[in-house]
Design a protein around this ligand. Structure first.
Ligand code: ARG
Length: 478
């Protein structure tokens, strides 16, 4: 079989990833719980599925597993099929081993009686279920049980425990670092069950059988249990949105609202001890809901093109051309970013970078060997207040399907304009799918393109396509 785990860049052609499409649990979020469950608002389930996420599934299949979809759009989307192609437990589900649905993997490991017993007990323990509920869940079919674990609802549609609506952000449950897989430790309670399910899938699904010894788990430090409640930075928490493998020798680690310095230090040591990479850069961003993870403030588009939030830019840091209002509103002192780069050979002599652009330019030039100028596209075209507004709706959180071809939300107009000015073609997902279906566009010929995805509902969940993807395999950059 082809490669399963291999990620050595953020932009090499995507060959295999993990995803999870919006399940009925998203339709159970109530306003009073939305914030606790890390959603900014309640979402309309039918719209988020049919009019938004399904486009993502179709595009991914076209790029990664075309046989599953080529020429079949009219049947797949015929109202008579009732979206069965997209439903993980339905016999007509697309069952791709390139665009891999987590619910499908979960249902499959639950075929084993032993795993069923263990997972039912674990989920019931963390969710505080009664013993009777625990016994009852053991009688569920694997498909129903997978659904219940994810949506929180019983087969007769009663809520047994909270849903895990953030499971669509597969990026945050783990991360592929070259041929290793790092399981995450979520900072927020709302994401605990996701981590538990991910752990069982990775240790038990036959897909990952050969790679078990390459799974990295983070343990709490021995003093972790004794820390006061609010000493977050010394707790061991890490989410995938804070890790970027930018070259085969260099990993970026964010320290953020979600990833603690303790975890960043630990993962740096592990990466050096296991000889996985020789360079780790730690980027501390303000602990702020707006920024959450480093992938909410920048992502990579091409070897020499990045999209980022201007607040962390060299220019703004020096406050040269920021006007007074911007200065007050946008760049308070605590907004500053801190960047330290560690080298395996001299771990006690880290290098400091003054700004995000300096670091990313260094990655482009020294790790990826670009010779020309490195280009930065700014959220909201770096115009106040669109920069902040569009970052909030994930203008900086793009997913590269291959170098230069990225997916983003259609609502970030100024950022789109900035892409156009930088020489990118802009295309709506809907149009592109029609062209692919009609054969008037060929995947291999698509280059330097921003694909705009419908986003009215999805963006309320506060994550973009970088968050909604967990790459397992990307082709190495030449
Ligand atoms: N990698 C990311 N930026 N993930 C975004 C996750 C969004 C999700 N609602 C949360 O708050 O956890």
């Amino acid at each position: 079989m082809d490669q399963l785990l291999s990620v050595t860049s953020e932009i090499g052609t995507l060959k295999r990833l993990l995803v999870h499409s919006p399940d009925s649990g998203l339709g159970k979020v109530v306003p009073s719980k939305a914030q606790d469950w890390l959603f900014e608002d309640i979402v309309h389930l039918d719209t988020i599925r049919k009019d938004e996420y399904d486009y993502y599934t179709k595009l991914l299949l076209y790029f990664l597993d075309p046989e599953k979809i080529n020429g079949k759009l009219s049947t797949i989307d015929d109202p008579a099929s009732d979206r069965s192609f997209y439903k993980p437990c339905h016999p007509s589900f697309f069952q791709s081993d390139k665009v891999i649905e987590l619910e499908w993997l979960l249902a499959s490991i639950l075929d084993s009686h032993e795993i069923r017993v263990k997972l039912v007990a674990s989920v019931c323990a963390i969710e505080g279920c009664t013993y009777r509920v625990q016994q009852e869940l053991l009688n569920y079919t694997p498909n129903d049980l997978a659904k219940t674990f994810i949506t929180g609802s019983s087969t007769d549609k009663h809520l047994l425990f909270a849903p895990i609506p953030n499971f669509i952000f597969t990026r945050d449950i783990g991360i592929t670092i070259k041929d290793h897989f790092l399981l995450n430790k979520p900072a927020k309670k709302a994401r605990t069950r996701e981590a538990l399910l991910a752990k069982y899938i990775f240790f038990h699904h036959p897909f990952f059988e050969k790679w078990k010894q390459n799974i990295i788990e983070l343990t709490d430090s021995h003093h972790g249990f004794l820390l006061p409640k609010d000493d977050d930075d010394r707790k061991m928490t890490l989410e995938g949105g804070d890790i970027m493998v930018v070259s085969d020798n260099h990993v970026l680690v964010g320290v953020s609202e979600r990833t603690s310095s303790e975890a960043a230090a630990r993962i740096t040591n592990i990466l050096f001890e296991k000889n996985i990479v020789e360079k780790v850069t730690i980027i501390r961003i303000p602990k702020k809901r707006d920024y959450m993870h480093i992938d909410t403030v920048f992502t990579q588009v091409k070897r020499d093109v990045w999209v980022m939030l201007g607040n962390f830019s060299r220019k703004v840091t020096r406050q040269e051309d920021a006007n007074a209002i911007e200065r007050v509103l946008e760049i308070k002192k605590e907004e500053k970013i801190k960047i330290l780069q560690f080298h395996k050979k001299q771990p006690h002599h880290p290098i400091t970078f003054e700004s995000l652009e300096d670091l990313l330019t260094d990655v482009s030039k020294n790790d990826l060997h670009c010779e020309g100028e490195v280009q930065f596209i700014f959220s909201g075209n770096n115009e106040f207040p669109y920069n902040a507004r569009e970052q909030w709706t994930d203008s900086c959180n793009l997913l590269a399907l291959k170098e230069g071809v990225v997916l983003g939300y259609d609502r970030n107009d100024k950022t789109t304009e900035a892409f156009r000015n930088a020489g990118f073609r802009i295309v709506y997902a809907k149009e592109l799918l029609q062209q692919l279906d009609a054969g008037t566009v060929i995947i291999d010929e698509i280059s330097d393109t921003l694909i705009l995805m419908p986003s009215a509902e999805l963006s309320r969940a506060r994550g973009g396509f970088h968050c909604m993807s967990l790459p397992l395999w990307r082709e190495p950059l030449q």
